[in-house]
Design a protein around this ligand. Sequence first.
Ligand SMILES: C[S@@+](CC[C@H](N)C(=O)[O-])C[C@H]1O[C@@H](n2cnc3c(N)ncnc32)[C@H](O)[C@@H]1O
Length: 527
Amino acid sequence: MNRSFGRLNQSQVRSYVRALTETSRSCTSLVAIQIKQRHNSGSRKYSSSSNRENASKPTPTSSPGSKPAAKTPLQLLAARIAAHADALAAAASERSHPARSLSAKPATPASLLPANAPISARSEQLALRDALAEATLLATDASEFVPELAVRNNQFASVRWLCHFDIPSLLPLEDSEHEAAANDEPSIFPSLPYSKVSSLARVPEHQLRSIARMAMLAGFLSEPAPNRLSHSPLSAAMVRQPELLEWARFTTGTSAPMVGAMVEATERWGDDRSIHRTAYNAAWKTDLPLFAHVAANPELQERYARYMRVMTRSRGMALGHLLQGWREGWESLARRGGVLVDVGGSAGHASAALAREFPGIRAVVQDREEVVARAKRDDAPRLEGEGLKVVFQAHDFFEAQPERPRGFEDEGKGDVYFLRQILHDWGDDKCITILRHLAAALERAGPDARLVVMDTVLPSPGEGSRTVEALLRVRDLTMQQAHNAHERSREEWEELLAKAHRGLVIKKIVQPFDSLMAVIEITLEAR
Ligand SMILES: C[S@@+](CC[C@H](N)C(=O)[O-])C[C@H]1O[C@@H](n2cnc3c(N)ncnc32)[C@H](O)[C@@H]1O
């Protein structure tokens, strides 16, 4: 403080801090308003783009008898960070949510905000993360870039090792009564000596110690006393929500080889965009496309199925975004008695959620033969038992739409053809085939018919939140590594639709906050 404000007296410092805080606050509420406006207008920008621009614009300030002193971008960011932290503390305490701490206290909550926090508070949290990421970039020298990459790479590998050998599940979350009485510090997670954990996990003790100590620097596990290992709030939260551990296992184990094989894929196949010439093929040494390779390998199939279940429940992929993102459209479909055709709908989880939320919706879920056979066996009886009108139909989406199953034959009432996470799996040529078949079906289904695509809409580089953009770029690269496909920007979606059929026009794009995918409403216009 003294150093940064060397030429100002105490009261000037106070008013300066107040002014900065207010500037930052109005900036933050502007973001919130933008989020609302953009959300309402259906555009995808929903984060602190204004903050990203402002970070590089020093604001001149004056001090008595001297030229206006420009604050550095880092100083401005630091003030914004403080303002975001204040706003978040207020939002949490309004809902009696305890403050988080890094110490290994079980009472520390797993999230900064309570689950019922409003979008305005969550957007504040996103703005904070963006500002922190930018501050880290400003504070890190060029010579530190590579060592930092090595740190992240080793932390990634350490979490993989720890999850693979199930170390988090071996650590106690709570004291047994006997231990609690003997424990001097009952508010700390109970710990075990490294020797005990290593013998339980059957791993070498020295490896465990070094690897755990690296992971601790990322907040995963803790060493509350010399040579004793315990949970940290993060690792404990992951054990309490096992889907998070499952996700960590998949990301660090199953999909990591594919991520690491991008160089080999380009070296071997250059710009060949075939679906069996990918980083996945290079990593798994197979000529089969990913879906066929997974289908032929029961163990891998099980891992992918578990991962898909976890992802569906994650915040970014939650089905709630689908229900809220196009609520009026679903209500209208239910009213007019049209059919929802869920193309590539897997086990029907999206259709079932829609039929539950909007009584009256009837759905035909289409997928590959083996997927439909499994869904008819495992899922259909449960859905029928719930009274939902959801049926399954084997259909290859590279073929023309088939005749409807019995009870769903009527057409012309404005059906909705729905593609969730389908087009991003395929290159443009394949997508055009899928879309042409659907355009033909839309033509038969009447003027109210719609094509609804739920997929990522990529921002332009630097357009919105840095944190969100990074997550979306992971999805884009994953599609490239897995299928030689990619995610698309709004312009790319428009181009693709126009190439498939001149009448396919985007009516609206809704980007729900926190969702990794947007809801794109498409009509078929007479041209
Ligand atoms: C990424 S999953 C998306 C599943 C679901 N729509 C969702 O959002 O959870 C892709 C789906 O496309 C299906 N699929 C792949 N090729 C297909 C084809 N030729 N015809 C029909 N479905 C296919 C897969 O079996 C899988 O269920």
